[in-house]
Design a protein. Sequence first.
Length: 455
Amino acid sequence: MPRTQSRTYGGSKGLEGVRGAARKDSKLKFTALLHHIDEDLLNRSFFKLKKTAAVGVDGVTWFEYERDLEANLKDLHGRIHRGSYRAKPSRRSWIPKPDGRKRPLGIASLEDKIVQAAVSEVLQQIYEEDFLGFSYGFRSGKNQHDALDALTVGITSKRVNWILDADIEGFFDMIDHDWMIRFLEHRIGDRRVLRLIRKWLKAGVSEDGRWSETNVGAPQGSVISPLLSNVYLHYVFDLWMQKWRKSCCRGEVIVVRYADDFVIGFENHDEAVACLEELRARFAKFGLKLHGEKTRLIEFGRNTDGGGGRGGKQPETFDFLGFTHKCARRRSDGSFTIHRHSIAKRMRATLLAIRLKLRERMHRPLGETARWLRRVVQGWLNYHAVPSNSNRIGRFVDEVTRHWLRVIRRRSQRGKSRWTWARMQRLGRKHLPRPHIIHPYPEQRFRARLKAGAV
């Protein structure tokens, strides 16, 4: 039987003690966790929420709840520990995806967000000690660029010849509730915490005033869903992949996962094919399915770059976390490297959204639009300004400037003749960020992060 934890395990009753206990014993089962969800933690969780976020079915905003915050949190704390707290259904909302489809979001009520944030902070102390190094999504101290750097360094430094670019179809909608609880029970023995999570999974969805039951899936957009998704894939994919790589592979294998998107690099083609087949069977066991169109096994690596790779074929590319990855050669010494370019389709979608927004703001003061546009462009550059992407970021800023010029010219008949492209370029240089590389080379940041972690 797994070992269990007492309130004094590790010599501390705080969250630091929980993390220390999880670090010392990977098989420890935590049976006393709910007492960590006190009024102070609820208060911190409340102030971490986005103040202007969309409201749930309760219709309560962050500012309304803050008016009598102390009494509200005291009442909420009491209901949690008496067992009378009830989760409300998520309000269904739809947001467009880059491919034209729509993604369903579940917007929780404000009190559900507070409690979910508090429970998530407690559970993170345990699972951050369990999660493997190649898992990057929704984790403290890790982000998309860390995953991108790890992937680039892995492909360029290892003997990678084949890439499995995989995507799980409708992952959040297909999470099996029974398996989810069984996975959590490996580490969580506090039945009250598990009961809270069951309430959120079973709360249902409200759309246009109609409630519908949820027997499977976790609502995208809820505070607790990122952690639950990582726990689910930790047991379904990460641990299995780690064991499979050690026991079934002769050649080198690299793995990088960010949420439900992951990339696996192989040295040998037969091992790549075997992994894909076994992975399909593994996912099917837990109610998941690889996306048929977005999952591809391609030839990619130092043997497929240059003038066409094996057989003179054009080297294939793959997309991951907003970038198209391409085989290339360094100009300095001709060594193998990877170029990352912003995905063209997504960049066009972003420019279209900016153009439509500019039309809405056509008659706003020029300075106001300039300040808004600067924030938008800078936000895009903060993510996409990586080495080897200079052409795309320069083109992005130029296209934004052109869209802005068209809107200014439409403000009046005289604007067509007065606003030349040369004048618009001066305005753009004055108000818009200049396109330049912000991020360091992947090798530099990846090694720096490893050194920092070693200390």
